[in-house]
Design a protein around this ligand. Structure first.
Ligand SMILES: Nc1ncnc2c1ncn2[C@@H]1O[C@H](COP(=O)(O)OP(=O)(O)OP(=O)(O)O)[C@@H](O)[C@H]1O
Ligand SMILES: [Mg+2]
Length: 360
């Protein structure tokens, strides 16, 4: 049954021969939300977007838009604006013709089409370029035309497949802000595909992390970053140390205490309750580790170690620290470069400000 959502995928599956490309994919997007689908190449992002757009019919599961089941409807019978990765602007049409095309398919009158084309071009600040052909536009302008085409049909939702990845970094950052502003001011629901974690974290209400056709986690940006569900999510979104440990006790409310190696006990977020004594892996972001420069007896929450690699990165210095309790294991962390830079062999203590127990 369709719920109260603008986009709803319910248990969608898709196979090509023996290869499962979507494996039980479910997600729900509320009116006005910006949701990002993030994951490595080949994980099924474009397939997910195409299932929503109606370009691929899933083998199993259902798709609804604004509570209406559309699983088997063709794209033009869904009120969805689509921005393709390569923009797909027809080279023999002018900007006005490109924008008008989808409106003619929807059988709108000539005047209404002209009005909508002007309005959409206005929204993306391309007024005046109506009669140009795509080859007469810059990459950033082509991107805006693709966006305007999606807006012109007055869509219930807009889906975008890596719309910014062909652009250079500066323009990408500019358009990211513009796109987000437009989305907010129109209150339109957007599903955005990217493999750029910064884009995903900075723009989204919800982030969907996919791997091999499966959703690994859906949550708001802070939660996927600070409470990654598993090792894959932690490693794909940002970087992380993975350390073996043993559960000492559950402290309630999602907290636990973990012993790392021989002695150092640290607090960690525990997504599920596990028995004391259970072996676990903890995820520790480099910025959750804070160097203490003197002393050698580590109290609670601290690890003792010896500086190994020192990599100067301009505003920051990245250290690899060999842990005293297990010289086979190093952790890496960063420090601003405006303090003394440590040398290999220096003894340090590391304060563990935060840790998360991995579910796999
Ligand atoms: N028509 C097809 N026939 C067979 N396999 C396909 C077909 N279309 C996609 N695939 C496979 O499905 C998987 C997912 O493809 P998809 O295009 O969804 O990946 P993606 O996450 O968008 O990757 P990228 O970041 O590279 O764009 C890939 O392994 C791809 O090779
Ligand atoms: Mg793709």
């Amino acid at each position: 049954m369709a719920g109260n959502f603008d986009i709803e995928l319910s248990h969608c599956g898709k196979r090509y021969g023996a290869v499962t490309v979507l494996d039980d994919v479910s997600l729900q997007v509320r009116r006005g939300e910006f949701i990002t689908v993030l994951g490595p190449s080949g994980c099924g992002k474009t397939t997910t977007l195409r299932v929503i757009g109606g370009f691929i019919i899933p083998d199993s599961g259902h798709v609804s838009i604004r509570g209406r089941e559309v699983t088997r409807l063709p794209p033009y019978r869904r009120n969805i604006g689509v921005v393709f990765q390569n923009y797909a602007l027809w080279p023999h049409m002018t900007v006005a013709e490109i924008l008008g095309f989808g409106l003619r398919i929807r059988k709108l009158g000539r005047e209404e089409i002209a009005r909508r084309v002007d309005r959409a071009l206005d929204m993306v600040q391309l007024t005046g370029l109506k009669d140009r052909y795509p080859r007469e536009l810059s990459g950033g302008q082509q991107q805006r035309v693709a966006m305007a085409r999606a807006l012109a049909i007055d869509p219930e939702v807009i889906i975008l497949d890596e719309p910014l990845s062909n652009l250079d970094r500066r323009l990408r950052e500019e358009l990211r802000i513009e796109l987000k502003r437009l989305q907010r001011s129109l209150g339109v629901t957007m599903l955005f595909v990217t493999h750029d974690q910064e884009e995903a974290l900075s723009m989204s209400d919800q982030v969907v992390v996919m791997q091999s056709g499966r959703i690994q986690q859906i949550a708001d940006p802070r939660t996927v970053y600070e409470r990654p569900a598993n090792r894959f999510v932690a490693g794909f979104l940002g970087s992380a140390n993975f350390l073996p440990g043993e559960l000492v006790e559950n402290a309630g409310e999602g907290r636990a205490r973990i012993r790392l190696g021989n002695g150092a006990v640290v607090g960690a977020y525990a997504p599920s309750v596990k028995p004391a004594g259970e072996k676990v892996t903890v995820i520790i972001r480099p910025e959750w580790l804070v160097l203490e420069r003197q002393g050698d007896q580590p109290p609670a929450n601290q690890l003792a170690g010896t500086v190994g690699d020192v990599i100067y990165e301009g505003s920051a210095v990245r250290y690899g620290i060999k842990l005293n309790h297990d010289p086979e294991t190093s952790v890496f962390l960063q420090e601003r470069s405006n303090v003394d830079v440590l040398k290999p062999g220096d003894k340090v203590r590391i304060n563990v400000a935060n840790a998360v127990i991995a579910t796999d």
